[in-house]
Design a protein. Structure first.
Lengths: 115, 115
């Protein structure tokens, strides 16, 4: 069974640019989650999509946004990039996120570097 | 707001030493609890989880964790660590509220095991 796949593996941008990160969930999973793993801050929840809708978002500014497509894959968009956006962005997926349909399965992440 | 605290950011042990990593959370409602592990160069993997029932849960590779509800704690233990346990360990709490849930991670504990 293919796991959660993320692309690209590495992404280098400059301040003010926009970045798009992609995630394909495990087949059959309808929920996709995005996390930011910044140095020294651990994992922070960014966004949760389920069946095409944004269900919840973490404490991040509106320039962090995303969407989920009909095939349940997802994009994370970060506009007006800032230096502190440099981090590893992890995507996770699970079955419809109610009750005991955890745990989430994680991808390898996209390392975003802002120069 | 919900939060997860991991008391030790860095732990250094010799092989065969016993391990206990602390995790406390702040949330008064229903929770599911997890420990994830990230080996160097790899993605996050589930170590063990607690949903209900016996508060002492056993995971992979000889790890176990005990849920103490009165202390809002879910400490990870292993009686005898190996060099291969060198990794970063994340405690996570899935907090349920109002029909949605959010997975909240601690900042992580880096464990280095010396042979």
């Amino acid at each position: 069974e293919a796991g959660v796949t993320q692309s690209p593996t590495h992404l280098i941008k400059t301040r003010g640019q926009q970045a798009t990160l992609r995630c394909s969930p495990i087949s059959g999973h309808t929920s996709v989650y995005w996390y930011q793993q910044a140095l020294g801050l651990g994992l922070q929840f960014l966004l949760w999509y389920d069946e095409g809708e944004e269900r919840n978002r973490g404490n991040f500014p509106p320039r962090f946004s995303g969407r989920q497509f009909p095939n349940y894959s997802s994009e994370l968009n970060v506009n007006a990039l800032e230096l502190e956006d440099s981090a590893l962005y992890l995507c996770a997926s699970s079955f419809k996120d109610r009750g005991d349909d955890q745990p989430q399965h994680f991808g390898d992440g996209t390392r975003l570097s802002i120069l | 707001a919900q939060s997860v605290s991991q008391h030790n950011h860095h732990v250094i042990l010799s092989e065969a030493a016993s391990l206990e990593l602390g995790c406390n959370y702040s949330y008064g409602g229903t929770v599911n609890l997890f420990w994830y592990v990230q080996y160097p160069g790899q993605h996050l993997q589930l170590l063990l989880k607690y949903f209900s029932g016996d508060p002492l849960v056993k995971g992979i590779k000889g790890f176990e964790a005990e849920f103490i509800k009165s202390k809002f704690s879910f400490n990870l233990r292993k009686p005898s660590v190996q060099w291969s346990d060198t990794a970063e360990y994340f405690c996570a709490v899935n907090a349920f509220s109002g029909g949605y849930n959010k997975l909240i991670f601690g900042a992580g504990t880096r464990l280095a095991v010396h042979p």
